[in-house]
Each structure stands twice: as structure tokens, then as C-alpha cells.
Design a protein around this ligand. Structure first.
Ligand SMILES: *Cc1c(COP(=O)(O)O)cnc(C)c1O
Length: 485
């Protein structure tokens, strides 16, 4: 049976259901599998033609025991999770430009138009499945930079076992993203807009972490997390690397590169996981915006907390890439003692410098770039004008700039897959500004699902960061009382 341990080494191994239901490990660490399973050559060859849900079934079967989720149930959960997608294939691959090398992997065809839907729908369905079996309920609290919140709210809406509390920094996400959370009309979804978040969603993550560290409160409020610290999110996020790989290569066995717009390192950790399982990846390009915490680690071995810079690619305006600890755990050969020291050091000083051996392990198979807003907007415009009107969202544009910057350092002709993490319709003002359009918008920049949410009433709690902890506990307690009555 595959077991999960904590990056901080302070718990006895648990099964998949425990890891998923609790979000954080009890010692404050992140759940990781004891060992990463490897795929055989036969598996690797036989997966090439599978559809996305079929492929997800194969990959997830290596991480979820049948005794916890039997095969027929897993199949059904996957089919349910991906039937709400706007593309039959779930993920679409679009060659960009004429060089034949760059391929856009569109991960934004889910119900809330970002790559977060790819893993969130399944995670919420699995939670619901496990909770129903145990006759339990959970309250999911999460901070969002604009895409996790809508994905979690949409997937939770109407679920009897789950209350969902998405919190967002007010004014720092687009109106479209805000409305995706506040117009659902579901009595179990409770969005909270928070004012005065200087460090954006990181300020909110801090409050979430604080709630979780209070064990009594965590029990009382039935708290869990679906941020990308939840193991289920990252493991599902490894599937699209396999899927994209098979669609891009001329021959199974060839190597490819992936360029990934990165914030909290959840998506890239999925890639690392896929490669560790045996997927032939040459390089992962970690594409940052001006908030370049990850680029600083990859280029100099220093993890340092800086002030947040607001950019055009708001979903990756993140200063603490919390999934990086997971990656680091494997880079040190599962040395949880080392990790504990670093994590505590980072918590108290906001800075850690890694030793040479660790930096070497970190850099293995990774490259990184930081991309400016100027380059992002120029690339949106250039791509629109030279690639038959293909419209990039600002995050995908960061990945494309990074790929273009580093392409010459990669083996000639080797494919570069750029992960398209959001639909441009979520960022209309940026699109207009980049394309110099005034008020008109090309059809590529619109989406029908956003027309309805722009018209109906919003339902939201508003509060100031200063009072958030108190206000949130108060609101959640009231909700629990109402349910008990
Ligand atoms: C969340 C998100 C990212 C970053 O993913 P991480 O897992 O945090 O690195 C990139 N682009 C978009 C549009 C996102 O919503």
C-alpha cells in the first residue's frame, strides 16, 4: 500500500484518504509519498493513445489504493470531474508560430476557465466521496490569487458534505474572477473579499496557516485545505505532463521541454513528479514574473521573501512558493531534519541559503527566467498579430516569453510545450491594453460563461485583513450552529 509521510518527518505514515482529507500534515509539514512510484517501459508505451480521463485513471491508480477507491468508483469520479469541460479532449494542443517547436497546451477548458479546474474538480469529488462514506463534513478554507477560488467554489457548489470559504484580496483579482465566486447561488459557498492585503493572497495564506496550527479550532470547525498543498492537487497535476508529452512527440521516448508560468510551484511539482515516475523531460522552464522568488532560488540558491509586486500576471503574484518544500524534500534525499531547520529558519528570518549540493540537485533539469510586464504585453500583441489571432492570457504569455528566451540553449528541434493556464476572457482589461483595442474585444477574448456572471447579483462577505481571523471564525461558527439546528 502506498503511504504518505510529512516533509517535516513528524508523523507516522498515513494512507491516501487521510492525506487528502487533512490537507496539511499534523506536524505542519506537507504530505509526500514515501517513495515515488516508477512506471514500467510497457506502461509508458501503452499509455500513448489514452484519452485524458483514461490516462488520469492509470496515473492516479499508482497513488490511490483500490481498497480506498475501487477501480469503478475512480473511473466514475474521473468521468464526472471532466464531463463539465468545454473541450471533449479536456486539454487541447495548439502549435504556435511556424517553427514547429512551440506548442501551447491549453489547460483552461474547465468550468472556471483556468488550469485550476483540471485538479480541483476531481479533488472536491474525491473529498465528497470519502466524506459521504464516513458520514462526515468538512469546511474548506482557501486563499486565492484569482483562479483557485472560482475552481473550488464551482466544484463545491451544492455538495452536501462540504462548505467552501474562498478568500480573495479585494481589488487584486479581476471582476470576472471575483464574480465567478460570488454569483454561484449555492448555500454552501461563502466567498470573502478581504481589503488591505499588501502581500496579496500571501496575507490570506498566513491566516489560513494560523487557523490550521490551532488543533482545537481545526477540529471544532472541521477544517481542511484544497490549496495546492493538498496532495491530491499535485498528483492530478502530473497527469497533464504525460498527456501533453504523448500529443507532442513524434516518437514515444523522445525528450521534450515544458515552460510553466509559476507561482506556488504546484504545477511544476506535478511535472517533477511525472519526470520522477519516468517521463522523459529534458528541461522544465520555471517562468516567473517580477515576483521572482523561484527564479532567485534556481539561479542563486537563495529563498528570500520579498515584498509583493503587482503585475499583469496576477495569479502568479506570489512571494512564498509553498510547494517548493515538497520538491526540496526529494532534492535532499528525503532529509526531513534538514527541511525542518530550513523551514523554521525561513519562518523566523524570511531567508534561507541552500548548500552547494542541494542547489545542484535543485537545478538538475530546471531552468528559470523572470519576465517583465513589458515583455508579457508585447508577446500578447505580437502573437495575436502574427499567429492568426491567437490570444494569450497574461500567464501563458509569461511561459511563451520564457520559452523564447531560453530556446536557443535547448537542443535544436526539441519540442517546447508552453502550459496555457488561463483563458484570456478572465483578463479583459489586460487584453484591451495589450492590443490597443479601446472597448471592443475580439471573440477570442470572450467566453459565454462569463456573460451570465457579469449580470446577476453578487453574494459576498467583505472584511478587512486586520479583522479577518476573528470574522472568519465567527462566520464559520455561526454556519455550524445553523447546520446543527
Ligand atoms: C495558479 C496559477 C498559476 C501558477 O501555478 P502554481 O502551481 O501556483 O505555480 C499560473 N497561472 C495561472 C493562470 C494560475 O491560476
Amino acid at each position: 500500500m502506498i503511504k504518505y509521510v510529512s516533509t517535516r518527518g513528524g508523523i507516522s505514515p498515513v494512507a491516501f484518504d487521510e492525506a487528502v482529507l487533512s490537507g496539511f500534515a499534523a506536524d505542519g509539514g506537507l504530505f509526500v509519498p514515501e517513495t515515488i512510484p516508477k512506471i514500467t517501459q510497457a506502461q509508458f508505451q501503452s499509455w500513448a493513445e489514452l484519452s485524458y480521463p483514461e490516462l488520469a485513471f492509470e496515473v492516479l491508480s499508482m497513488f490511490i489504493d483500490r481498497s480506498i477507491v475501487p477501480a469503478t468508483d475512480l473511473k466514475k469520479l474521473l468521468d464526472d470531474s471532466y464531463s463539465s469541460f468545454n473541450s471533449q479532449s479536456v486539454i487541447d494542443m495548439v502549435p504556435l508560430g511556424r517553427d514547429g517547436r512551440t506548442i501551447i497546451m491549453e489547460l483552461f477548458h474547465g468550468p472556471t476557465l483556468s488550469f485550476k479546474d483540471v485538479a480541483m474538480g476531481f479533488l472536491i469529488n474525491v473529498l465528497d466521496y470519502l466524506l459521504e462514506k464516513r458520514n462526515q463534513r468538512l469546511s474548506i478554507v482557501l486563499a486565492t490569487t484569482g483562479d483557485t477560488g472560482p475552481a473550488a467554489a464551482w466544484a463545491s457548489a451544492g455538495k452536501k458534505t462540504i462548505d467552501c470559504w474562498p478568500m480573495y484580496p479585494r481589488g487584486m483579482i479581476t471582476e470576472e474572477q471575483e464574480r465567478q465566486m460570488t454569483t454561484l447561488n449555492a448555500s454552501n459557498v461563502h466567498p470573502i473579499g478581504v481589503d488591505n492585503c499588501e502581500d496579496g493572497a500571501d496575507d490570506l495564506d498566513f491566516i489560513v496557516a494560523k487557523l490550521f496550527s490551532d488543533h482545537e479550532l481545526k477540529e471544532k470547525l472541521n477544517l481542511s485545505s484544497v490549496n495546492s498543498i493538498n496532495w491530491c492537487r499535485v498528483v492530478v497535476q502530473s497527469v497533464h505532463y504525460f498527456y501533453g508529452y504523448y500529443r507532442a512527440v513524434e516518437q514515444v521516448g523522445d525528450e521534450v521541454n515544458f515552460s510553466v508560468p509559476s507561482g506556488a510551484f504546484g504545477n511544476l511539482f506535478g511535472g517533477y513528479l511525472a519526470r520522477s515516475m519516468g517521463l522523459p523531460v529534458n528541461k522544465f522552464i520555471c517562468a516567473n514574473n517580477a515576483n521572482q522568488t523561484l527564479h532567485t532560488i534556481f539561479s542563486s540558491g537563495v529563498l528570500a521573501k520579498k515584498n509583493l509586486v503587482q503585475t499583469l500576471s496576477t495569479a502568479i503574484d506570489i512571494v512564498v512558493p509553498y510547494n517548493f518544500w515538497r520538491f526540496l524534500y526529494y532534492c535532499t534525499g528525503s532529509d526531513s531534519e534538514k527541511l525542518k531547520v530550513w523551514q523554521d529558519e525561513f519562518k523566523s528570518t524570511g531567508k534561507v541559503e541552500f548548500d552547494a549540493a542541494t542547489l545542484n540537485a535543485i537545478q538538475n533539469g530546471f531552468m528559470s527566467v523572470t519576465v517583465s510586464d513589458y515583455e508579457t504585453s508585447k508577446t500578447i500583441k505580437d502573437t495575436f498579430e502574427t499567429c492568426d489571432g491567437y490570444l494569450l492570457d497574461p500567464h501563458t504569455a509569461v511561459a511563451v516569453v520564457a520559452a523564447n528566451t531560453l530556446k536557443d540553449m535547448l537542443p535544436k528541434k526539441m519540442k517546447v510545450i508552453c502550459l496555457a493556464t488561463a483563458h484570456p476572457a478572465k483578463f479583459p482589461e489586460t487584453t484591451r491594453a495589450c492590443l490597443n483595442l479601446g472597448t471592443e474585444m475580439p471573440n477570442q477574448g470572450k467566453h459565454v460563461s462569463l456573460e451570465r456572471v457579469s449580470k446577476v447579483c453578487q453574494h459576498v462577505r467583505i472584511c478587512d485583513l486586520e479583522n479577518l481571523e476573528f470574522a472568519l471564525i465567527d462566520a464559520m461558527t455561526t454556519r455550524l450552529k445553523m447546520q446543527a439546528d
